[in-house]
Write a protein that binds this ligand. Structure first.
Ligand SMILES: C[S@@+](CC[C@H](N)C(=O)[O-])C[C@H]1O[C@@H](n2cnc3c(N)ncnc32)[C@H](O)[C@@H]1O
Length: 239
């Protein structure tokens, strides 16, 4: 997909996103806790994880910490993010627990064998994709997961209730203003506000019930939202 959305400041200074998202850590930790709980009673020697949109590697570190058997193939199509991830994840790349791949999500998925991953995990990535592209990516994720494998996505899922959704969007836009004013970065207020308004367009917005219904049709089971704060949620499902 050519439409790269982390090319500018949002990519170079993605670290500062956390400042304006107070529940960022709790949301991503939930993803790690799910992986830990799902595998703690199993004796697999290795847990094969596919991560799409690793960015600088925050979610990757959470997955690594969730269970020492995790081995991650982490994919991102943005060179600026891969450069940061190479540094942050160096010690795990060196011991082959992380393989970093610069590629488009769908292109990469198409090259993978069916039934080959135990876990699909991702943070703040799928919502960036246009709906029709996300649909293709999700279908491919289903195909490459092993039977019984899990899908866990910590991301922006729009509330179905329109007025609640608008309220949560306003809350987040206000956080950008408040937090980036404090560090004197009006440029970031503009960049992230525009990014969020783009995510809200009808061809992009990732609504909670639309996502659950589409995944249900694809064959996913046990689909549920296991965490939510404001616009952000963790969605779990099983193949
Ligand atoms: C907001 S960052 C998420 C980083 C990290 N997972 C986190 O939760 O903090 C989203 C990442 O998805 C990547 N991305 C967006 N579209 C993609 C695509 N089509 N293929 C691969 N990566 C993509 C972007 O380059 C970016 O690094």
């Amino acid at each position: 997909m050519e439409d790269k959305r982390f090319h500018g400041k949002a990519g170079e200074e993605y670290n500062l996103f956390k400042l304006a998202c107070p529940h960022f850590k709790e949301l991503e930790n939930t993803l790690g806790n799910i992986i830990r709980e799902q595998f703690q009673d199993r004796n697999d020697s290795e847990i094969k994880v596919l991560e799409i949109g690793c960015g600088p590697g925050f979610t990757t570190l959470i997955i690594l910490d969730s269970d020492e058997r995790t081995k991650i193939v982490a994919v991102d199509n943005e060179p600026v993010m891969i450069t940061q991830a190479k540094e942050i994840l160096k010690k795990f790349i060196d011991i082959s627990r992380v393989q970093l791949i610069e590629d488009d999500a769908l292109e990469f998925l198409k090259k993978q064998s069916s039934d080959s991953f135990d876990v699909f995990a991702s943070g703040f990535t799928l919502h960036n994709l246009p709906n029709n592209f996300r649909q293709k990516v999700t279908k491919e994720i289903y195909r490459v997961l092993k039977s019984g494998g899990i899908f866990v996505n910590a991301d922006k899922y729009a509330l179905d209730n329109e007025s609640k959704h608008k309220k949560s969007l306003e809350w987040q836009l206000h956080k950008f203003k408040e937090k980036y004013s404090q560090i004197n970065r009006p440029d970031l207020i503009k960049e992230w506000t525009n990014h969020y308004l783009e995510d809200d367009k009808p061809n992009v917005i990732m609504r909670e019930s639309d996502s659950i219904n589409a995944m249900n049709e694809m064959g996913f089971k046990d689909i549920k939202i296991v965490f939510r704060k404001q616009m952000d949620a963790v969605l779990f499902a099983r193949k």
